[in-house]
Write a protein that binds this ligand. Structure first.
Ligand code: SAH
Ligand code: SF4
Ligand code: F3S
Length: 482
């Protein structure tokens, strides 16, 4: 492509990993039009905000960012250039009209299911002489996955593959079923083909993504019959584990209701499946779980955890929690703390309930005062923080396989992930650094921090390339039981 036709594309991504995946695919769709990624909005020919609607704070960010971008766009126009401004993702889906009304500087609004149509939208925006933004927030019958080009950018050592999208669960607090639409699973063959391409491009670790990834039921590869016509996630993981070059598999985000027998068994039988699982529980109170429409109780969750740990003793768990759901009493909240103590989480995310437009929980009478939510959040985070620090501290002295992904903040360091998703800062001989990104290394853990570990390779510099590629089972000392 000549320098002249090159265009600068800046994509800012908010929200979950699904949005991170989508942003990468938007860049793939725009690459044939000459767009190349840059790291800032200033001077860009196109800026896309890929937005998140999950909590109020997340969506508010979009409007403040649009204000900032308006100035950059004017700057660009003054120099005789252009800046196409697009809003994508879940806020676009939920509030597209309002975006166009409140932010006339926006040229294109499109939702999570229509970004394969970006070339057409860009052409239409360029033609829109009336200066009004255009919008495409359909849920088209054709799947965008059938229309996306193959990945254009070089992947890093760890990559995402979206296998499932949308959600039919309708938890009473959540906007996702409205912003992402109904549950859809990609066919097995398409997922395997994408994973093989990534492996051939040097990817070592794949994280399977879905809003409700363990509800996966993809069309079986050719030869399937009507009844045996779909595969669940467990079977998909077994097939992915056969791909040469892929050393690690993960999946996120799961719902407790969809942890079926096969998937639990796979945790014990497929070594490449990493011993870390994000399994959100939201609350430890049966009353609140029912009001949330989660369709499981606290005891069900504990039983699933017990079965998972029986399959894979060193499994580390992570979860999401919401505090201050309408009607949550002190006793309900105490049950959440009790469940946290019973499970022992390696990592967790916790949020104050945020009433979202269009969801049933938002119009419940018994909304709680902000101060109560804040107090409960602080209490829960203190407990969860202590658990993750203890989990990290228990790793000191053990040797963990780390997939090195990128340079660290300090010179002489690379950062990678342990099997348990901890970021590990590894101090290395400077000469070895350039060839070690993408390699799996045994690392002796020397220090633990609230959100990361640090250590050194167990082998000397000469032997670094000979490090084992497959993670052995970690010692049980890495698991926290209290
Ligand atoms: N599909 C995933 C979660 C997607 S949203 C699942 O079912 O677990 C990620 C997290 O955001 C949720 O697990 C929940 O803890 C939180 N969340 C969703 N809606 C929220 C709301 N209205 N207020 C506060 N937190 C919310
Ligand atoms: Fe939202 Fe519940 Fe679906 Fe998760 S399972 S995306 S929390 S509705
Ligand atoms: Fe946010 Fe949409 Fe993901 S609302 S969490 S970006 S599915």
């Amino acid at each position: 492509m000549s320098e002249k036709t090159k265009k600068r594309l800046f994509i800012k991504t908010y929200g979950c990993q699904m949005n991170v995946y989508d942003s990468a695919r938007m860049a793939d769709v725009l690459a044939p039009l000459g767009y190349q990624a840059v790291d800032g909005p200033r001077g860009a020919d196109m800026v896309i905000l890929n937005t998140c609607h999950i909590r109020e704070k997340a969506s508010e960010k979009v409007f403040s960012e649009l204000g900032r971008l308006r100035a950059f766009k004017q700057e660009r126009l003054a120099e005789g250039g252009e800046m196409l401004l697009a809003v994508a993702g879940c806020v676009a889906q939920a509030e597209g009209e309002e975006i166009l009304r409140r932010a006339p500087q926006v040229d294109i609004v499109f939702g999570p299911q229509t970004y394969h149509r970006l070339p057409e939208l860009v052409a239409r925006a360029a033609r829109a002489a009336d200066g009004r933004g255009i919008m495409d927030i359909d849920f088209p019958v054709e799947s965008k996955f059938d229309h996306l080009p193959e990945e254009a950018a070089e992947p890093g050592p760890a990559a995402f593959v979206s296998v499932q999208e949308g959600c039919d669960k309708f938890c009473s607090f959540c906007v996702v079923p409205y912003t992402r639409g109904a549950e859809y699973s990609r066919p097995v063959a398409a997922v395997l083909a994408e994973a093989r391409r990534l492996a051939a491009a040097g990817v070592r670790e794949i994280t399977l993504l879905g809003q409700n990834v363990n509800a996966y039921h993809g069309e079986a590869p050719a030869g399937g019959t009507a009844t045996a016509g779909t595969w669940g996630l467990g079977r998909l993981i077994r097939a992915l584990a056969e791909i040469d070059g892929i050393a690690r598999l993960r999946y996120t985000t799961s719902h407790p209701r969809d942890m079926d027998d096969e998937l639990i068994a796979v945790h014990g039988e497929v070594d490449k499946l990493m011993p870390y699982l994000h399994l959100p529980v939201q609350s430890g109170s049966d009353r609140i779980l029912a009001a949330m429409n989660r369709r499981h109780g606290a005891a069900d969750y504990l039983r699933i955890v017990e079965r998972l740990r029986r399959a894979r003793a060193d499994l580390a768990l992570s979860s999401d929690f919401i505090v201050g759901f309408p009607g949550e009493s002190d006793a309900d909240f105490a049950n959440t703390l009790k469940l946290v103590n019973e499970v022992g989480f390696a990592q967790a995310y916790s949020f104050k309930f945020s009433p979202r437009p269009g969801t049933p929980a938002a119009v419940e009478q018994a909304q709680l005062p902000e101060a109560v939510k804040a107090e409960r959040l602080a209490g829960l985070q203190q407990l969860l923080g202590a658990q993750s620090l203890a989990f990290n501290a228990a790793c000191i002295g053990s040797d963990l396989p780390v997939l090195l992904e990128r340079p660290g903040r300090r010179a002489g360091q690379l950062v990678g992930r342990s099997p348990y998703m901890q970021s590990v800062h590894v101090t290395l001989p400077p000469v070895a650094i350039p060839r070690l990104v993408g390699k799996m290394l045994q690392v002796r853990i020397e220090a633990a921090h609230p959100n990361s570990l640090s250590g050194r390779p167990t082998l000397d510099g000469e032997d670094l390339d000979g490090a084992p590629q497959m993670p052995p089972r970690a010692s049980s000392s890495a698991r926290i039981t209290a």
